[in-house]
Design a protein around this ligand. Structure first.
Ligand SMILES: Nc1ncnc2c1ncn2[C@@H]1O[C@H](COP(=O)(O)OP(=O)(O)OP(=O)(O)O)[C@@H](O)[C@H]1O
Ligand SMILES: [Mg+2]
Length: 162
C-alpha cells in the first residue's frame, strides 16, 4: 500500500523567516521524527536547523559548535541529532559514524544534505527542500513533504494547513 503523503510549498523572504519556520517545526518534533534537509550551498538548511533547535528548547550555545563533525546531539525538550552528510563519501563511511542508530531512536534527527547518500533515511520522513530565487537573494522557495502517517501530519501542521 502506498503511504500517505502531504506536500506544501512556502516562501521565506529572510533568514529569520526561515528560522521561524524551523522554530515551528521544533515545537512539533517528537522522538523518532526524521527530517531531511535538501538544497544547494547557502540555501538555508542550517538556518532552518537553528530555528528548529530554538523551537525544541535547545540552548543556543549548543548548536553547531566548531567541533561539529558528522553528527552532533543537542539536549532540548527532546534530544535533537543534527547531521551533515556533505563530506560523507558513501554509505559505508556513514554507518561507521553510528548514524544508523539515530534513525527512529529516542531523539529527532535532522539531516543536512540527506540526498547525498540515497538510502541513508527511511522513506517515511519529512523532507524540506530549500531553493534560492535567482532574482531575489533573500528569498527561498521551501517545499515541505511528509511521507507516512506521522510525517504527513507533521508536514501538514508545519505548513499551517488543517
Ligand atoms: N530566506 C532565507 N532563508 C535562509 N537563509 C537566508 C535567506 N535569505 C538569506 N539567507 C542567508 O543565506 C545563508 C544560508 O546559509 P546556511 O548556512 O543556512 O545554508 P546551508 O543550506 O546550510 O548551506 P551549506 O550547504 O553550506 O551547509 C545565510 O547567510 C542566510 O543569512
Ligand atoms: Mg549547512
Amino acid at each position: 500500500m502506498t503511504p500517505v503523503r502531504f506536500v506544501a510549498q512556502r516562501t521565506t523572504r529572510s533568514a529569520s523567516a526561515t528560522r521561524a519556520l524551523g522554530a515551528r517545526l521544533g515545537r512539533l518534533l517528537q522522538p523518532g521524527d526524521v527530517v531531511a534537509l535538501e538544497g544547494d550551498l547557502g540555501a538555508g538548511k542550517t538556518q532552518l536547523v537553528r530555528g528548529t533547535c530554538d523551537g525544541a528548547e535547545v540552548p543556543p550555545s549548543e548548536v553547531s559548535s566548531p567541533s561539529f563533525a558528522i553528527v552532533a546531539t543537542y539536549r532540548g525538550r527532546i534530544p535533537v541529532h543534527h547531521a551533515d552528510l556533505y563530506r560523507i563519501a558513501d554509505e559505508d563511511e556513514l554507518y561507521g559514524t553510528g548514524f544508523g542508530d539515530l534513525v527512529g531512536g529516542e531523539g529527532a534527527l535532522l539531516v543536512e544534505w540527506a540526498d547525498r547518500i540515497p538510502g541513508a533515511l527511511p522513506a517515511e520522513r519529512l523532507t524540506i527542500r530549500l531553493a534560492h530565487d535567482p532574482e531575489r537573494p533573500s528569498v527561498r522557495r521551501v517545499e515541505i513533504e511528509g511521507v507516512g502517517d506521522r510525517h504527513a501530519a507533521l508536514a501538514r501542521a508545519l505548513s499551517g494547513i488543517r
